[in-house]
Design a binder for this molecule. Structure first.
Ligand code: HEM
Length: 392
């Protein structure tokens, strides 16, 4: 190990993880380099559930849309700025808030009936997929405005604890496998990193509700759940007025009936190339150009077998992408046609057909298709600005 982020290591991993292709489209393109925090879109990745009082559930995905518009940098823009300016994004956000230009995001939510949805060609709980907007329209439900800078970075920033496991009433976890992992991991880490009573810190407390973790004592406790009439009772249940357990929800069951054996298995409907290809097609031309350039640059630093497997994947994603990146590293479809799918991969019929015609499949049809995060992206061009040009 060299303790550097090396393309050979990263793309070695990615080349053996075809489910990462969709992420590659975002990470290596300008969508992965926001021009500032204020112009950055956010999305939850994981799927949650909303539950009403009757126990009816829907699956939900969250999206944050910046009112400032979406703006990104190319690799050259980012390199030019970073050559001159340390912490440009922090400065931009801090200064804007200081000037009273408060950045604002609209919270939108996509909903889907709770269930397995065999009619979709992807698994709705697969974190590598997005839900098409023409089928699941994002609806505005709220907004977030950042209207003051922190007074003390340690107290209000370093000790912040965001996690997937802190829920309010009406929210529940879906069976999204990665959400389960994150939910244990974040809270465990925060109890270790900040302390067992991290939720009592002002920065982590809900503003309009008392902390009620049903947990007592531990380092830096300065409040306990003392909801009962009798402060001397620190156990439950009791007939003498201690803290009482919250009443059960009116409904005793929620969500759809599920039958089956719990197994340790790959999910079916992996479809690792379709949405990646659709995103490539729906990206703007300048975004595609930068994605291709960045992949050529990174792959150019990789061993030949990694380059070949990546060109194979990229051709499976979309002809234009695979051909352009392949040309950049000197590998064409005929050089990789012989590669078998990975041992962990099960290609469906459409994917097998693509493989048979590697490089000549024609562009994917994206007419009428609206992917989340495909709102217009404006380039905040810096590389050519005189202020930065001398450095790049
Ligand atoms: C969609 C996938 C994920 C995203 C986008 C994500 C994002 C993040 C971000 C932005 C941070 C904060 C980093 C910082 O403060 O500098 C973080 C921290 C962390 N992540 Fe993730 N993460 C993902 C998946 C996971 C998974 C699968 C696990 C473990 C099973 C995990 C465990 C953690 C832990 C333990 C922390 C530190 C929390 C803390 O100390 O407050 N993450 N993650």
């Amino acid at each position: 190990m060299t303790f550097r982020q090396e393309p050979n290591r990263q793309l070695d991993f990615i080349s053996q993880s075809p489910e990462s292709m969709h992420m590659v489209m975002l990470l290596y393109s300008p969508r992965g380099i926001p021009a500032s925090y204020r112009t950055m879109q956010g999305f939850g990745v994981n799927t949650y559930k909303w539950v009403n009082a009757q126990g009816e559930t829907v699956l939900v995905k969250y999206h944050w849309i910046p009112r400032q518009g979406v703006k990104s940098w190319t690799q050259a823009d980012a390199a030019a700025v970073q050559a001159q300016d340390l912490g440009a994004h922090t400065k931009d956000l801090h200064d804007a808030i200081g000037r009273g230009e408060y950045p604002e995001w609209e919270l939108r939510v996509q909903m889907m009936a709770d269930g397995e949805h065999p009619e979709l060609d992807f698994d709705p709980l697969d974190d590598t997929k997005v839900w098409p907007e023409e089928l699941f329209e994002p609806k505005p439900v709220g907004r977030m405005v950042l209207e003051r800078n922190v007074a003390n970075v340690f107290a209000e920033n370093e000790q912040m604890a965001f996690g997937t496991g802190v829920l309010v009433d009406g929210l529940d976890f879906s069976d999204d496998k990665m959400l389960v992992g994150r939910t244990f991991s974040y809270s465990d880490t925060q109890r270790h990193r900040v302390g067992p009573n991290y939720l009592q810190l002002p920065v982590n407390q809900a503003k309009n509700a008392a902390v009620a973790t049903n947990q007592r004592d531990g380092i830096m406790t300065y409040a306990v759940d003392d909801g009962g009439d009798n402060p001397h009772v620190n156990y439950e249940p009791s007939i003498t007025g201690g803290l009482a357990e919250a009443s059960e929800p009116a409904h005793d069951e929620q969500g759809p009936v599920i039958e089956g054996r719990l197994t340790r298995a790959r999910m079916p409907r992996t479809r690792d190339y379709a949405q990646a290809g659709e995103r490539f097609r729906l990206s703007e031309e300048w975004e595609r150009d930068d994605l291709v350039a960045n992949l050529i640059d990174a792959l150019g630093q990789c061993d030949r077998p990694i380059q070949e497997r990546m060109v194979w994947h990229l051709l499976m994603v979309e002809d234009e992408l695979g051909l352009r990146v392949g040309e950049g590293v000197g590998i064409g479809p005929d050089d990789v046609r012989h590669l078998e799918p990975l041992p962990t991969q099960t290609l469906d019929e459409e994917e097998q057909a693509r493989l048979a015609n590697l490089g000549t499949n024609g562009p994917r049809d994206v007419s009428g298709h609206v992917m989340t995060h495909c709102v217009p992206n404006e380039r905040d061009a810096r590389a050519e600005e005189p202020e930065y040009a001398s450095a790049s």
